[in-house]
Design a protein around this ligand. Structure first.
Ligand code: CA
Length: 722
């Protein structure tokens, strides 16, 4: 009897469980049927603006929304509708994607979050559990620039080189595929794109040494469909890839020997991958060479295809169609990976299908995308000195010979520099005004050949640029430092692609400002490194509205509509290459708090952001100096070689990672060595440097950091709160 009752209870429990699961399943099914089918046809269209279904809005990636509820008249009533704090105080670079009232973002460490786009309720989250030590392979923070939505699935690339498909409704992992070799220096920070049921993804790593490529995977199961390498195989062998044939030709633009044969040459496809649904072509932007120094990379010979190029491919097969190389024989980290926008524009009544890009090198490129021919290349910042312009016949830059530092053997103070006249921060195009809105910047840096073997010889850890680290280190002279900070600026540029004229511009105190987004409401939105969200009139550039968002803004905003209300969504934080690398040169932005957060605004929104945490007074307690002057000098060299790209030039923190000068560990040789050599903090990204540093060298770096702590204490204006 007893046994029978037990069975009955179990049976009843199972029945109710099944009923619950059934209900849930039914609900999921109903929601699936009611949802918009985001596919190729959907992304080819401008649509109503209700959804922001792809990272760049749709296939054209204009980041232009037809919504008008928020417009020049109503924008001043914008307030916070809801916000969500994010777990990691690192760079947040994604543009929120919204489909059917659900929002999807990727965050630092490639984590994905889904929210109810109206209420802000978190629906699910997904952590791919990227190993912390991967951070040491990332040139520019542990960022991720967004997810792709396609037929009910979400796709994300992870920092450690995986491509992952998730169920958009539940966040359940559907498939995972590794898209980079595990032992390479590859990372993924870019957003995947989906074309013809294939997920396209590239990768980064060209500062360390990799061979760039883009891959296409079946959206249903993650099977590799094709791969296109951007640089010839140094072994001379075929890769059995879509690029095999064209790379036979490209190989003639590389030297026989040279460091590229060891490093892979670079040319990584780390951001722009854009599909042209009208011409059925795919455009990829490729990165810089490895090492940067063309003299070391390719013996100073050849253009080095396809570095710093836009390459058109056939979407089905990945076969080459055409290319245009912006910076032949790149030696300055002038990538052509920056966002690409497709548009139809009219030249004196003649319509042309164009592709537009404002890459790092400072010229705004308009190409005829039918064949890749150069229409125009106009400067969008001041003082460009590596080239005076472009020869439109040949498509080549008219170079300043002094820019090739490896030939002259002399330093070249370049404008722009590796951080770019424009970096990855999204730009936008408004078809009503005919203007492109570029988050531009003025950042100079010096390039000079390696000063010693430490800089010259390739290392298994850290950047291998073949150039000296001196170029990103400020001198001790306070007048020079102040002048450098003052000259480092941001600029929002509205450029007319047809005339090349700058219609309007906004000067900004600091660089590394957020991406832009534009709407049919005649608005341009841009957040800044100084913690403001601004709206400008798209036609005139008049500042219409500003809002204190408490922290920096890096990425682009998106806009969408739910239940008749228009929303603006964006992420805040500090991070990416600039604050990690630039040290004191970050200026006023260094002191801005780092708050990782998703903020969503609407007209009449009345949610208050939490009060800022009280700033702690800056305390300097530099430990007693150690080492001789020679050891400090040695430590400075080692610091520039291995530490400065994350901990900042001159050991000045940019407000993202701890300022080493005020680290308690400075005084403690044992703990210092456990962290620096043995990797005690590897989970956070600080790997052990024992493979490249001896105990004595590690102590020399400590001696240098203590020296910088004393310098900081004497010049308190270098201090940033953490
Ligand atoms: Ca680079």
């Amino acid at each position: 009897m007893f046994g029978g009752r037990k069975i009955w209870i179990v049976f009843a429990a199972m029945a109710s469980l099944t009923l619950g699961a059934c209900e849930q399943f039914k609900q999921v099914q109903e929601e699936r049927e009611a949802s918009t089918t985001v596919d190729g046809a959907y992304l080819a269209d401008l649509g109503t603006g209700e959804n922001w279904a792809a990272t760049g809005y749709n296939y054209d990636e204009q980041r232009y929304s037809p919504l008008t509820q928020i417009n020049a008249d109503s924008v001043s009533e914008l307030g916070v509708a809801w916000f969500a704090d994010l777990p990691d105080a690192r760079g947040q670079e994604a543009t929120p994607v919204v489909v059917d009232g659900r929002m999807y973002i990727s965050s630092a460490w490639s984590k994905v979050f889904a929210y109810d786009a109206k209420t802000g309720e978190e629906l699910w989250s997904y952590d791919p559990e990227v190993p912390g030590e991967t951070a040491a392979k990332a040139c520019c923070d542990v960022v991720n620039r967004g997810v792709a939505f396609w037929k009910g699935k979400i796709y994300v690339g992870t920092l450690d080189g995986r491509l992952i498909a998730l169920d958009a409704l539940t966040g359940a992992q559907l498939w995972v595929t590794r898209t980079t070799p595990e032992d390479g220096n590859y990372t993924i920070t870019g957003a995947p794109r989906v074309v013809k049921n294939m997920v396209l993804i590239g990768n980064g790593g060209a500062e360390f040494g990799v061979r760039g490529y883009v891959s296409a995977y079946d959206a249903n199961d993650g099977t590799l469909k094709w791969r296109f390498y951007t640089v010839p195989n140094p072994s001379g062998e075929a890769d059995d890839a879509a690029s095999d044939e064209i790379l036979q030709t490209a190989k003639r633009t590389w030297s026989e020997g040279g460091e590229w044969t060891e490093s892979g040459g670079g040319g990584t496809v780390w951001d722009a991958i854009v599909y042209d649904h009208e011409l059925d072509q795919l455009y990829i932007g490729t990165g810089n060479g490895n090492p940067w120094n063309h003299g070391a990379r390719s013996n100073g010979e050849g253009d080095n295809l396809f570095l710093s190029s836009i390459v058109a491919l056939k979407p089905e097969t990945g076969e080459y169609i055409w290319h245009y190389q912006q910076t032949p024989a790149d030696s300055w980290d002038f990538t052509a990976t920056q966002p690409i926008i497709l548009a139809d524009v009219s030249y004196e009544g003649v319509g042309r299908k164009v592709l537009m890009q404002a890459p790092k090198n400072g010229f705004f490129f308009v190409l005829d995308r039918t064949d890749g021919s150069l229409i125009s290349a106009e400067p969008f910042i001041d003082g460009i000195n590596w080239a005076e312009g472009y020869d439109l016949e040949t498509g080549r830059p008219i170079e300043n010979p002094e820019a090739r530092y490896y030939r002259t053997g002399k330093p070249f103070l370049a404008m722009p520099s590796a951080l770019g006249a424009h970096n990855w921060h999204p730009m936008s195009y408004n078809p009503n005004t005919g203007l492109v809105y570029i988050p531009a910047q003025q950042i100079a840096a010096a390039y000079l050949p390696p000063m010693n073997d430490l800089e010259k010889v390739r290392k298994p850890i850290g950047y291998n640029t073949g150039a000296s680290g001196e170029g990103f280190t400020l001198p001790d002279d306070r007048t020079a430092v102040k002048a450098a900070i003052a000259a480092t600026k941001g600029r929002l540029v509205a450029i007319n692609p047809v005339t090349g004229d700058i219609a309007w511009k906004v000067e900004q105190e600091t660089p590394w400002n957020g991406g832009t987004m534009t709407t049919a409401g005649n608005l341009v939105f841009q957040g800044t490194a100084l913690g403001q969200m601004h709206a400008y009139a798209a036609d005139s550039g008049d500042l219409l509205w500003s809002y204190d968002v408490q922290s920096g803004v890096l990425g682009g905003a998106s806009t969408y509509m739910v239940d008749g209300e228009q929303y603006i969504a964006f992420l805040t934080s500090k991070g990416g290459a600039f604050p990690l690398l630039i040290g004191e040169g970050g200026g006023a932005a260094n002191a801005v708090p780092n708050i990782p957060r998703l903020i969503v605004m609407k007209i009449g929104g009345d949610t208050q952001l939490p009060a800022l945490p009280k700033q702690q007074p800056i305390v300097w307690s530099p430990p007693t100096r150690i080492g001789t002057a020679a050891q400090v000098a040695q430590g400075r060299q080692l610091y520039m070689r291995y530490c400065s790209v994350c901990h900042g030039g001159g050991a000045v923190g940019g407000g993202v990672l701890p300022d080493l000068r005020r680290s308690a560990v400075l005084a403690d040789t044992e703990t210092w060595s456990k962290i620096v050599l043995e990797g005690a903090l590897a989970d956070g990204g600080m790997i052990g440097f024992a493979p490249v540093l001896s105990e004595t060298e590690s102590e020399a770096v400590r001696a240098y950091a203590i020296d910088r702590a004393h310098y900081g204490a004497e010049h308190a204006d270098t201090a940033q709160p953490e």
